[in-house]
Design a binder for this molecule. Structure first.
Ligand SMILES: Cc1cc2nc3c(=O)[nH]c(=O)nc-3n(C[C@H](O)[C@H](O)[C@H](O)COP(=O)(O)OP(=O)(O)OC[C@H]3O[C@@H](n4cnc5c(N)ncnc54)[C@H](O)[C@@H]3O)c2cc1C
Length: 1018
């Protein structure tokens, strides 16, 4: 209450600057749609250079808005359009003003004015350097240098400053710098904390040494959950080193919004006791709450943050107690603007007899001035968190603050904008949790979207985990399998163990499987490790024509039974395979690391996709399989349903060795076909494991036959075979077109028109608009182009950049590519591994050599292993849109950059190839985004994200033109390719009498013990 009394004594705005900012905030709190557009506009503004562009964006973001202040807004936009040279600078100035509200200075010298003002008011500081997202080591080095300069500058300028309380000053150095750990190493990966520490420690040591010399304090800020464990491990490891072991001026942040917070805090305290030197913990709630929820929902992870605001508040109080109870080893810094959180800490400290001067309150610059003043007046230690930096890099920080200040849940809004009473604001959060779980509110705050309760997995009641209504068919009724979260040590350990076990089992021989029998042909094909080609992962029997004939007969015979089996029975088979796959998940990933050279997360993504295919197709078949009434008409009933086609040949590529093979096989099997499965030669061991899993799940003999061999021999023979009625193929254009052509010929004895599902390659382009967010563009482009060595059919191979941004994009792109970790993917955290085999290696090398004759080799990595099929990530610039580099698929880590004048030219270039698989666009112009959505020729168009990584059900995948026949793997209509439709009509009128209603669905025809027509037909 005392804080409120002091706060209310000087009635003041929540924000230190009024005017434009306050008006914007007030409007944002009134209107959610305005808020979204407003924050997006703020986000893009700093990157816009010309007045015309600013006004254009203003128009695009706000012109069509409908709300109470629409007329005012539209008049403003009309005026702005007439005088862009006048209005644009005013707008920019106003938004800069908003940023200046939260950013204490453009550079350290500038910030000193602010720090001096704080000092006058008895407020200390911690300075944080804002920067663009660090995408390369060059940028990381620069951040390290800036930290050192900052330390020097602050130390020199504050030499004569003394502690504001003059008591326990030795615990609280005047100079305090907050460091963003991820800004010091661009390749920080949660999969490989060891590597991160190995790179970060040498960069931090000079900073820590200098801090010791000048008597400063260094705090490790905490960022997203992905980096949390690594940051904690780094902190403990560095400050246990002899050099820093006895140094007490180090601190780290604990985020109370995390469910792990208390455990992490206790671990830190235990560590601190073992170390024997005091350290500091800044306790905060956390700045990435929305981000963590979205990330978790997208990847199927359990949400690491509390879902109810009072839970975060209560956890803050729990951690406050832990900190104060251990005051003899840890100094507490409470980072909050919430008077309840602050008052709780004060009351507890008082109760425990801890002097006010032994802990501090930290608050953000530009916020909650009255609270800071009140705390100072009460004799507490107050420190301001002062970000320093330019406007452009400051935008992400500004938007975070804007979100925080307008959040329905935030304390500051409740107190200063919504004028909630002190009694309400001081309620014990624990009582609020209890209350909220028993109440169902209809107008709820964020934690109860539209009155729906949030489930522990982050979904709302009645919603899929993917965030849409369960009523919305089809992809959304399916919940994707989660990815393995390599943030967790346990996942890392499981993967390490699997790699060891798989390696120990190298050399196994896998026979053919035909009609449920294992058949060895005496000829073995060795499958090699592309990182180390002398290493044989395993060998598979090589099938020839006789075995191909045996397989056709087995599949043909099995079809007689399998086509009669109920849909549910077939769907259950897929579900059992998914369960086996899930159990063997790490083992399968490990095999892919060795056999296909996949990085850990890429391999896991492949297994996740395979599980998704199995479960999604099982579910889809249950929906599709029931005969469905075509039309309500009295006296007659007509039902459409589907028959399987017969024997399907599945020819799969090696690049998604489990996922694509599983997708095609499971689609064929669940629809009632029988299958001859021919994996690609370089991934035949992985194919054998899929066979094993189907066998374990109880696939009947002959329904699935495993037939590895050479495509030109068994593959061609089966494509031509009169009894193979459909071919599901994914692979190269050369083979795909041959299959397409030969399948079109009718051969003697053939009784069906062959159906071909044909998915081929791409020459995928990403366009970078002049207003694109380059932090995202660079990270996502590098991943799209070089993830799995560019060997995804969806990979980006052309980057089309509007000339305004060209130089900066190329500069950052090259630096980011140069920072990638290339090496044996057995090591965690590797991004670029080897290409699949010697043939690919030679072909790509030849293409690079040729590329040098038609474009500029702008970058080629040199730090690649000497053995293995490693191709260095390579970037060409000055690429001609119609040259070979820009037209022909390379399927390797080679990116061609093309400069264009404007969006018209960019779209023409992007569409100017024979392919249409994936395409990407980075832009913050709503009009340009709409245009690209309408005009880009690609089966999968991605806006403001990478162009790889399609998720089953969410992003049905496949292209057209020379990329494929227009089928969509993982989409609701994919199964239709494997079946033929049939309609059965019955006159149900007898002597003028007919039932009034006919059900929408009926049971499967022939699902009764009566022999089904399908068999009679064939
Ligand atoms: C000096 C200082 C340094 C900071 N450093 C960091 C840092 O290094 N890393 C970092 O992540 N954060 C940091 N923060 C915290 C962050 O930036 C926010 O300012 C802080 O979380 C706001 O909390 P509050 O107690 O002031 O406000 P309150 O309004 O009481 O709490 C708001 C917070 O509650 C949480 N929340 C919101 N909605 C929900 C919900 N539905 N369920 C559960 N929780 C919810 C969020 O964390 C949100 O930020 C720092 C804050 C300060 C003051």
């Amino acid at each position: 209450m005392e804080i409120f009394r002091l706060v209310d004594r000087h009635p003041e705005s929540i924000f230190s600057k009024a005017g434009f900012y306050q008006r914007m905030m007030a409007l944002s709190m009134k209107d959610e749609a305005f808020k979204v557009q407003m924050f997006r506009f703020v986000d893009v503004l700093a990157s816009l250079k010309k007045p015309h562009d600013i006004v254009q964006h203003l128009d695009e973001y706000f012109a069509t808005m409908q709300n109470t202040f629409t007329p005012l807004l539209q008049t403003g936009i009309r005026v702005a359009k007439i005088f862009p040279w006048l209005t644009a600078p005013i707008l920019r100035w106003n938004v800069s003003g908003m940023a200046r509200q939260f950013i204490s200075g453009r550079n350290p010298d500038d910030a000193l004015k602010t720090l001096r003002k704080g000092r006058k008011n008895r407020i200390g500081f911690t300075v944080d350097l804002l920067g663009e997202a660090v995408v390369s080591e060059e940028e990381a080095e620069e951040y390290g240098m800036r930290c050192l300069q900052l330390l020097e500058g602050l130390a020199a300028q504050t030499k004569d400053w003394t502690d504001p309380l003059g008591k326990n000053a030795e615990l609280f150095p005047v100079v305090n710098v907050s460091v963003k750990i991820s800004a010091l190493y661009s390749q920080m990966s949660p999969t490989d904390p060891g590597d991160a520490i190995a790179h970060l420690a040498p960069k931090l040591r000079p900073i820590l040494r200098r801090a010791q010399e000048v008597g400063a304090f260094i705090n490790f800020d905490m960022e997203s959950y992905a980096h949390k464990n690594c940051t904690l491990a780094l902190f403990k490891s560095l400050f246990t080193e002899d050099e820093f072991k006895n140094w007490p001026h180090a601190g780290i942040v604990v985020q109370a919004y995390l469910r792990d917070a208390e455990r992490d805090l206790r671990d830190l305290i235990d560590w601190g006791r073992r170390r024997g030197t005091r350290f500091t913990v800044r306790l905060v709630k956390g700045a990435y709450w929305d981000y963590e929820r979205i990330k978790a929902a997208q990847n199927g992870w359990s949400v690491p943050v509390w879902q109810q605001k009072p839970e975060s508040d209560a956890n803050f109080e729990t951690c406050t107690r832990v900190l104060l109870e251990n005051e003899e080893i840890v100094t507490a810094a409470f980072g909050s603007h919430n008077v309840r959180s602050i008052a709780h800490a004060q009351a507890l400290a008082e109760e425990m007899g801890i002097d006010k001067s032994r802990f501090e309150f930290q608050l953000l610059y530009g916020m909650a001035g009255p609270i800071k003043r009140a705390l100072v007046e009460m004799g507490y230690r107050v420190r301001e968190y002062c970000p320093v930096g330019e406007l452009l890099p400051g935008m992400a920080y500004l938007v975070r603050r804007l979100l925080e200040n307008t959040s329905n849940e935030g304390f500051l809004r409740a107190k200063f904008s919504d004028n909630a009473s002190a009694a309400q604001l001081l309620r014990d959060p624990n009582t609020l949790i209890a209350k909220r779980t028993t109440e169902v509110s209809t107008i709820g705050p964020d934690w109860e979207r539209d009155g729906r309760r949030i489930e522990p997995d982050g979904s709302a009641e009645g919603h899929g985990r993917n965030g849409h209504s369960r009523e919305t068919p089809p992809g959304d009724s399916y919940e994707n399998a989660p990815l393995v979260n390599f943030v967790h040590q346990q996942s890392q350990d499981q993967m390490e163990r699997a790699l060891r076990d798989v390696r120990a089992g190298f050399g196994r021989q896998y026979p053919l499987v035909i009609n449920g029998e294992k058949i060895s042909t005496g000829k073995w094909m060795a499958s090699l490790n592309p990182s180390n080609p002398s290493m044989v992962v395993g060998s598979v029997a090589e099938a020839g024509i006789p075995e191909a004939e045996m397989a056709v007969k087995a599949a043909r015979d099995a079809f007689e039974h399998w086509c009669r089996v109920s849909i549910d029975h077939r769907a259950q088979l897929l579900e059992r395979v998914a369960a086996v796959m899930d159990r063997r998940r790490f083992e399968l990933s490990a095999v892919e690391v060795y056999e296909e050279g996949k990085a850990w997360a890429e391999a896991d993504g492949d297994i996740r996709e395979a599980i998704d295919f199995l479960l999604f197709y099982a579910q889809q078949m249950r929906i599709l399989g029931r005969p469905q009434l075509t039309q309500h008409v009295l006296g007659e009933e007509s039902y459409q349903h589907y028959w399987p086609r017969g024997v399907a040949l599945v020819v799969a590529p090696w690049n998604f060795p489990i996922a694509i093979l599983t997708g095609m096989v499971s689609a064929a099997i669940v629809t009632g076909n029988t299958v001859i499965m021919k994996p690609a030669e370089p991934s035949s061991v992985t194919g054998a494991l899929l066979m094993e899993m189907f066998e374990e799940a109880g696939v009947p003999p002959g329904v699935l036959n495993y037939l590895p061999g050479h495509g030109s021999v068994v593959g061609q023979h089966l494509v031509d075979h009169p009894e193979v009625v459909m071919i599901a193929f994914t692979g190269s254009r050369e083979v795909g077109l041959r299959i397409w052509e030969t399948a079109g010929k009718t051969r003697p004895g053939q009784r069906e028109l062959k159906r071909v599902v044909c998915e081929m390659g791409g020459k995928n382009a990403i366009i970078v608009d002049s207003d694109a967010d380059l932090d995202e563009t660079i990270v996502d482009t590098v991943y799209s182009a070089f993830g799995y060595q560019g060997q995804k059919c969806s990979a980006c191979s052309r980057l089309i950049v509007l000339e305004e941004n060209y130089d900066r994009v190329v500069e950052r792109l090259i630096a980011a590519t140069a920072s990638l970790r290339t090496g044996n993917p057995e090591e965690p955290g590797i991004t670029v591994g080897p290409v699949i085999d010697e043939k690919s290696y030679r072909r790509i090398k030849e293409r690079i050599e040729h590329g040098k004759t038609e474009a500029t080799l702008a970058y080629q990595a040199t730090n690649i292993p000497a053995t293995g099929y490693f191709i260095p990530p390579t970037i060409f610039t000055d690429v001609k849109p119609d040259g070979r580099l820009a037209q022909e698929e390379i399927f390797g880590p080679v990116l061609s950059v093309i400069k264009v004048r404007d969006l018209d030219e960019a779209i023409a270039v992007a569409n100017g190839t024979e392919y249409a698989l994936t395409a990407g666009f980075f832009s913050r112009s709503p009009a340009n985004i709409e245009r690209v959505k309408a005009e880009l020729e690609a089966g999968n168009v991605y806006i403001n994200r990478s162009c790889t990584g399609a998720v089953v059900g969410r992003h049905p995948f496949g292209g057209f033109k020379m990329s494929g026949g227009g089928t969509k793997a993982g989409g609701s209509d994919y199964l239709l390719n494997f079946i033929v439709p049939r309609v059965v009509t019955e006159n149900i009128m007898r002597h003028g009498f007919a039932p009034e209603t006919t059900p929408r669905h009926r049971d499967e025809f022939g699902s009764t013990p009566v022999m089904n027509n399908a068999v009679a037909r064939r």
